[in-house]
Design a protein around this ligand. Sequence first.
Ligand code: CMP
Length: 358
Amino acid sequence: MSVLPFLRIYAPLNAVLAAPGLLAVAALTMPDMSGRSRVALAALLAVIWAAYLLQMVATLLKRREGDVRNRTPAIAIDVLAVLVPLAAFLLVGTPDRSLYCAVWLLKPLRDSTFFPVLGRVLANEARNLIGVTTLFGVVLFGVALAGYVIERGIQPEKFGSIPQAMWWAVVTLSTTGYGDAIPQSFAGRVLSGAVMMSGIGIFALWAGILATGFYQEVRRGDFVRNWQLVAAVPLFQKLGPAMLVEIVRALRPRTVPAGAVICRIGEPGDQMFFLVEGRVSVATPNAVELGPGAFFGEMALITGEPRMATVSAATVVSLLSLHSADFQMLCGSSPEIAEIIRKTALERRGTAPMASPY
Ligand code: CMP
C-alpha cells in the first residue's frame, strides 16, 4: 500500500505543531485559567495528537513498504508522541493529564540533522571532555574540602559537612553565586575568588573543546562533499594524492540558478571555476556552451586583465571555484595541468571579444 501524501507531516511541521502543544501544556498549569480556555487548549492538544497519530501511521506504513533507512529513533519518537498522551488520558486524573504531552519535546529532534553532528562531536572529543569533567570533579571536591575546613567553625549550618560545602563549591565554581552560602572568613573569601577564576577557566575549556569539535566536523563534511565534486572534474585526475587533498581543501562549491551571471565581461577576476554539473554559456560572438568537467575564468587569473566575456548559467549549475593564490599553487605543483589551462586559454583568446594578449 502506498502512503498517501496527506499522511506525511514533514520535519518543520513537527516543530510547528510541538510549539503550540507545549505552550498549551504550560498554560494549562496556570491555576487561574478559565474553564472555557481550558477546554480550548485541551481541544488544541487533541488536534495535535491526531496529527501525530497520522504521522505515526505514515511512518509505520513506510517501514512496511521497505524503507531501508535506519529510522528507529524517528519511529520511537512517533510512537511515544501518540502512546504517552493516550495512556495519560486513559489512566491519569484530569489536572495532570496534559503534562504527559510534554513528550512532544522530542518531536523537533526527530528529523534534526544537528543532533547526529552533536553525537559525532561528543564521540570524537570524548577523551578531552572526560578529562575536563574529571578536572572539574577534582577541583570541586578539593574546593568543598577547603571550604569545609575554613568555614565549618564560623558557619556550621552552611559548611558543617563536605556535602554541604559542595553546594557552595558548585554555585561558586559555576560563577552562579546564589548568595545563600557566603564565606565569612578572609581565607574563605580568598578561596572563593580563586574558585570563581578556576571555574571560568574550566568552562572555557569545555566551550573550546566543543567549538573545535564542531569546526572539525563541519570541515570534514565539506571535505567529503568537495572530494565527490572534484572526482567529477577529469582535469584533477592528473593530480597526485597529496596535491588532490590540497585542492579539495582549496576549492569552494557553489550552486548557481539557471540564467544567473557567474562572471561579467570587463570585471576584475580573482577566481576561476570548474563545472561539475549543468551547462554555462559564454557570450562570445559565436556563443559557446561549456558542460561538466570544463573550466572557465582562467584568463583573468593568467593575464591579470578584466574578464573577457560574460559567463552565465544555461541550466542550474554546480561549480567549484578556485581563488587566484590557490590557482598559482595548483599550477606550481602540476605543470601538466598548468599547460592544459594555458593552452585552452590561448585557444579561447582567439575567439573572445576584447581580446587582450598576454
Ligand atoms: P575570463 O576572461 O577570466 O572570464 C570569462 C571567461 O570566459 C574566460 O576567462 C574564459 O574562461 C571563458 N571564455 C572566453 N572565451 C571563450 C571561448 N571562446 N570559449 C570558451 N570559453 C571562453
